[in-house]
Design a protein around this ligand. Structure first.
Ligand code: SF4
Ligand code: F3S
Ligand code: FES
Length: 247
């Protein structure tokens, strides 16, 4: 069934902007990105919007839909109240380039800070043996499509621009966790994440987990185990005695 749908889309650039109403026809079964494309095709050819796969796998079409960060290609129109406008704004945590496109290079700078996998000296590079439980953990974290929705949602940087230099964000905490939990990685990623990458600033609100389109349990399976490992190392009585002896 076809019906009229109003999209209230933020238009502007780094200097400022505002929402503009566009009414297009929509059909049952479509997603928000379909309607945005119709606006672009019929009413606003210069509307800037990033997308690629339209299948929830490239991570490009992230935006805030009625205030909630999500992938536009997975946001079914049938889940919004029929007759109400749908408000679409760019990711709030990152600087606007134009319209719905933001500059997400913050995330690539944080990615560069993650030290590469470093095999332990005593382990051969191949064949590479891992317990199934470790494999599954890595696979869960590797489902990340780098949509940056968790990064956009986390209040530590969403509401506090000044935290950005010190905070890598949930996407990278699971990257540190993935490597730290790898049985053959030689580096101590816990200390690095906690002391230099802002893991200590995370107060486990779990908002990142709630919005992840891949359903990765960022907090329960990545952040909390990392925090527990940091505490284990710090308060392990044997290590404590060793540290005291060295002091
Ligand atoms: Fe997106 Fe989830 Fe990856 Fe965060 S962890 S960037 S929300 S896929
Ligand atoms: Fe932010 Fe997720 Fe921690 S939303 S505060 S990184 S639990
Ligand atoms: Fe690829 Fe939406 S267009 S995730």
């Amino acid at each position: 069934m076809t019906y009229d749908l109003t999209l209230r889309i933020w238009r502007g650039d780094a200097a400022g902007g505002d929402v503009v109403d566009y009414t297009v026809s929509a059909e049952d079964g479509e997603v928000v990105l379909d309607a945005v494309h119709r606006v672009q095709a019929q009413l606003a050819g210069d509307l800037a919007v990033r997308w690629n796969c339209k299948a929830g796998k490239c991570g490009s079409c992230s935006a805030e839909v009625n205030g909630r960060p999500r992938l536009m290609c997975l946001a079914r129109l049938s889940t919004f109240p029929r007759g109400d406008p749908i408000v679409i704004t760019p990711l709030r945590t990152f600087p606007v380039v134009r319209d719905l496109v933001t500059d997400v290079s913050f995330n690539y700078r944080k990615a560069e800070l993650v030290p590469a996998f470093e095999p332990t000296a005593e382990q051969p590079r191949a064949p590479f043996r891992m317990a199934q439980v470790d494999v599954e953990r890595s696979q869960e974290f590797r489902k990340c499509i780098e949509c940056w929705i968790c990064q956009d949602t986390c209040h530590v940087i969403r509401d506090h621009e000044d935290n950005k230099p010190a905070f890598s964000g949930p996407r990278f905490f699971i990257r540190y966790a993935e490597l730290d939990m790898h049985p053959n990685d030689a580096r101590d990623r816990k200390k690095l994440a906690q002391e230099e990458r802002g893991l200590g600033l995370c107060n486990i609100t779990k908002c990142c987990t709630e919005v992840c389109p891949e359903g990765i349990k960022i907090t329960d399976n990545g952040i909390i185990p990392m925090k527990e490992r940091v505490v284990d190392v710090k308060y392990d009585p044997v290590r404590f005695l060793r540290r005291r002896r060295r002091a």
